[in-house]
Each structure stands twice: as structure tokens, then as C-alpha cells.
Design a protein around this ligand. Structure first.
Ligand code: GTP
Ligand code: MG
Length: 292
């Protein structure tokens, strides 16, 4: 399966961002701490060019802290990039972001020269939530699904923080062709792709196969299993049996079992999980290169 989802408003947003980038001094790219490689949008790199960038590994409350630490070290190696793990649950760390902007652009952020910041990233990673936390009030609409924000903030709708920092919100954007198939699965699992564009059974099987190898204790605890299932399919069957997802004749309803697993992952009910590590990505990209 290769999941693709690139609705028209994303293309429009990309065009507007490109045309207004000359008025941006710094980009905050919000990524998903559970999938830092797959949620890094290649279009952001293309659009921001060499402007300084703060990469936020957001929803870090849902990610494995040890893996997140390794990713932060990985991103900090990039020139002009600062990386920071954040979570909506930890507002004080978020409120320190303006200081980081000033550190990256010490000559700006004065009464005469504002720091113009654009918040960008894939859908549903918490960009608008971040703006609201920084503003200390609800200014942007947020929601537990992708494509809640549909328009780039116009000049009149920028949020001005103390220290003359002007923030613009943007719609989450994906890119027309997600080359890495594993990435498209991970984006679907974590909720960056609209539910109607994905096949739940397919993505749940991918997730289940991974979870039994990387986080079997979490799985066993959540679904009260005495031993780790041997395959993703066996895990989904167990979930179906234990949660009463049965169709006529006692056949397990794999669609419902799949929805339960994906819901539990997204809500954090299975604990803090990371779906990729720097080492996994290095291996995957090497394998892809060998096949080309
Ligand atoms: N667990 C957790 N949930 C978060 C965090 N930040 C945001 N959320 C939730 O993620 C969902 C999406 O948040 P939004 O702020 O609307 O995301 P967005 O990036 O603006 O999404 P689009 O506008 O659709 O691109 C909401 O249900 C938020 O409550 C976080 O740090 N941790
Ligand atoms: Mg939004």
C-alpha cells in the first residue's frame, strides 16, 4: 500500500507560503516525536531555504523518551537548526520558545525589527495548539483530525508575542508523493492522513507487526495477554476476541479490531511509543538505495 493524500487546500497553502516566504525570518517546523523522520516535510526544507529553523518534536508525551533523545541529537547536527521536544502537557517549556527564536536571531526581536515566524509542518501535529499555548488563549481552531487549519494566517491574523515576535499559523501540508512506503504507514498510524484515505486493516497490521517486536510488554499489558503474539495478525485476532469484535458465525471482525488498535496507539493508551529510530531509518534508507 502507498497512502497518498494531497488535497487541493494543501497545494494552495504551499503556493501562498512560497510567495510570502520573503517576509519570514525563522521557521518553526512542528513534527511528530513518534515519527521524526517520516513527519519531517521535505517541502519545508525546500520552502525555507537557508532560514534558521527550530524543529519541534511535538506530542513527546506520546513518544518513547529515550528514542526522542536520540532524534534530538540527530537533528541538532544540522546547520542553523535547533531541535526541541515539546508537549502540550508541558506549557512552561513551550513558553520558552520565543527565547530560542531570539537566540537564533539576536539582531531582531526589537521594537523596530520583529522576528517573523512561520509555523509549518504536516497535518495534525499540534501547530495551532502550539500557537494557542504561546498566545495564552485560544486563537486558532484545533482538532483531533488532520486538515483542521485550511488557510495560511494573513498579515492581519498574525499573533504578536512580547518581544515583537510575529507568528503565522499554516495548514498542515503533505507532499504529492510519499516515496518511503514505511513512512506513509507511519503517517497514517499517527493520524496525519485523513481516516477516509486509509485502509485501517492494512495500517493496523503494519503497526501490530512493529509493536510485537518493539513494545510487546505494552501490548501484553494493554490487552491482558499472557504471552507475546507471534505475528501482527495474531495480535489483531486476539484484540478482536478480547474486545468482542465478532461477526456472524464467530468470525473476528478485523476492521473493528484494527480500529481499536489504531485508536489506542493515537490516544496513548498503549503507553509512550516511537515508531522509528535513527538506526531503523538508516537501515531502511540503505536498503532502499541497494534496491534502486
Ligand atoms: N498528546 C498530545 N496531543 C497534542 C499535543 N499537541 C496537540 N495535540 C492534539 O493534537 C490534535 C491536533 O492539534 P492541532 O493543533 O489542531 O494540530 P495542527 O497541526 O494545527 O493540525 P492541522 O491544522 O490539521 O494541520 C489536537 O487534538 C490536539 O489536542 C501534544 O503535545 N500531545
Ligand atoms: Mg491547525
Amino acid at each position: 500500500m502507498a497512502v497518498q493524500w494531497y488535497p487541493g487546500h494543501m497545494n494552495k497553502a504551499r503556493r501562498i507560503i512560497k510567495n510570502t516566504m520573503s517576509e519570514v525570518d525563522l521557521v518553526i517546523e512542528v513534527m511528530d516525536a513518534r515519527i521524526p523522520f517520516s513527519s519531517e516535510n521535505p517541502m519545508v526544507a525546500e520552502l525555507r531555504q537557508n532560514r534558521p529553523c527550530i524543529k519541534i518534536l511535538n506530542k513527546s508525551d506520546l513518544a518513547d523518551p529515550e528514542v526522542t533523545r536520540r532524534w534530538l541529537a540527530h537533528f541538532e547536527k544540522e546547520q542553523g537548526v535547533k531541535a526541541q521536544a515539546l508537549s502540550v502537557l508541558d506549557k512552561s517549556r513551550t513558553k520558552n520558545l520565543p527565547n530560542l527564536c531570539r537566540k537564533l536571531l539576536p539582531e531582531r526581536g526589537t521594537a523596530v525589527k520583529s522576528i517573523r515566524v512561520m509555523i509549518m509542518g504536516i497535518p495534525n501535529v499540534g501547530k495551532s495548539t502550539l500557537i494557542n499555548t504561546l498566545a495564552g488563549k485560544t486563537l486558532a481552531k484545533v482538532g483531533d483530525e488532520p486538515a483542521v487549519t485550511k488557510e495560511v494566517s494573513s498579515a492581519q491574523h498574525r499573533i504578536i508575542l512580547d518581544g515583537n515576535i510575529a507568528l503565522s499559523d499554516t495548514p498542515g501540508i503533505l507532499w504529492p508523493k510519499i516515496e518511503n512506503e514505511n513512512s506513509s504507514y507511519r503517517l497514517a498510524i499517527t493520524g496525519a492522513i485523513k481516516n477516509t484515505a486509509i485502509d485501517f486493516e492494512d495500517i493496523a497490521l503494519f503497526a501490530a507487526d512493529y509493536l510485537i517486536t518493539a513494545y510487546c510488554d505494552n501490548v501484553m499489558q494493554r490487552f491482558k495477554l499472557k504471552q507475546c503474539p507471534h505475528s501482527g495478525n495474531e495480535l489483531l485476532q486476539e484484540i478482536g476476541r478480547r474486545r468482542g469484535c465478532l461477526r456472524a458465525g464467530g468470525v473476528i471482525d478485523m476492521q473493528r479490531a484494527s480500529e481499536i488498535l489504531i485508536h489506542d496507539i493515537r490516544s496513548g493508551s498503549l503507553g509512550a511509543l516511537s515508531f522509528e529510530t535513527p538506526e531503523m531509518i538508516m537501515q531502511e534508507t540503505t536498503d532502499a538505495g541497494d534496491q534502486a
